[in-house]
Design a protein around this ligand. Structure first.
Ligand code: URA
Length: 210
């Protein structure tokens, strides 16, 4: 995968995203749609995994069959909204290793501050997929990827549901080696840092908090 930004324009993804955007969509439906869409996005983000072959015996005869090469993937969720994408991806890649990064925004400096960091070992040997539904300012994504690179990750992809041009630009400037895979690139951020037209606060909508 070489493009810095990939927009997954599959009809099922776009249809489900429209349902998720609608203000009237219930928490239950939002969560279900997020799960479904994350399976489709996981299909796309894993499209170019390196492959090898192994010898197997079918009931008919031995063959050389394709299999994914290398160590198990590392999925890293940026808390808390990342967990909504994580569950679906784990259904498709059940033996992935999983990490979590917790960041909050310091009200004085507006800079992301780490409050939790637990990631799989041997990140240097794994493809690391960072998941967070909303790429808004890009501050938390850039900070999370800074931390992952410091922990050894060197092959990272970023998976989100919606991206704002501001966040994509920030990521491109800070981490040009990290491809972004998203279902849509929206118009801009509003004064509160929300993606426009967006879908509101992804965490609140998936967990039913306000
Ligand atoms: N986080 C969200 O949940 N929604 C936005 O629009 C931006 C950041």
């Amino acid at each position: 995968m070489t493009a810095h930004l990939t927009i997954v324009d599959h009809p099922l993804v776009q249809h489900k995203l429209t349902l998720m955007r609608e203000a009237e969509t219930s928490t239950k439906s939002f969560r279900q749609l997020l799960r479904e869409i994350s399976l489709l996005l996981a299909y796309e983000v894993t499209r170019s995994l390196p492959m090898t072959t192994k010898r197997i015996d079918t009931p008919i005869e031995p063959m050389s069959a394709p299999t994914i090469e290398g160590k198990k993937l590392a999925l890293v969720s940026i808390l808390r909204a990342g967990n909504g994408l994580l569950d679906g991806i784990l259904e498709l890649v059940p033996n992935a290793r999983v990490g979590f990064i917790g960041l909050y925004r310091d009200p004085a400096t507006l800079k992301p501050v780490q409050y939790y960091f637990k990631v799989p070992d041997s990140l240097a040997d794994r493809l690391t997929i960072v998941v967070d539904p909303m790429l808004a300012t890009g501050n938390s994504s850039v900070a999370a990827i800074d931390l992952l690179k410091a922990a050894g990750a060197n092959n990272i992809r970023f998976l989100c549901l919606l991206a704002a041009p501001e966040g994509v630009a920030r990521m491109k400037q800070a981490h040009p080696d990290v491809p972004i895979i998203t279902a849509a690139l929206d118009s801009h951020l509003n004064d509160h840092g929300y993606i426009v037209p967006g879908l509101g606060d992804a965490g609140d909508r998936m967990f039913g908090t306000k």
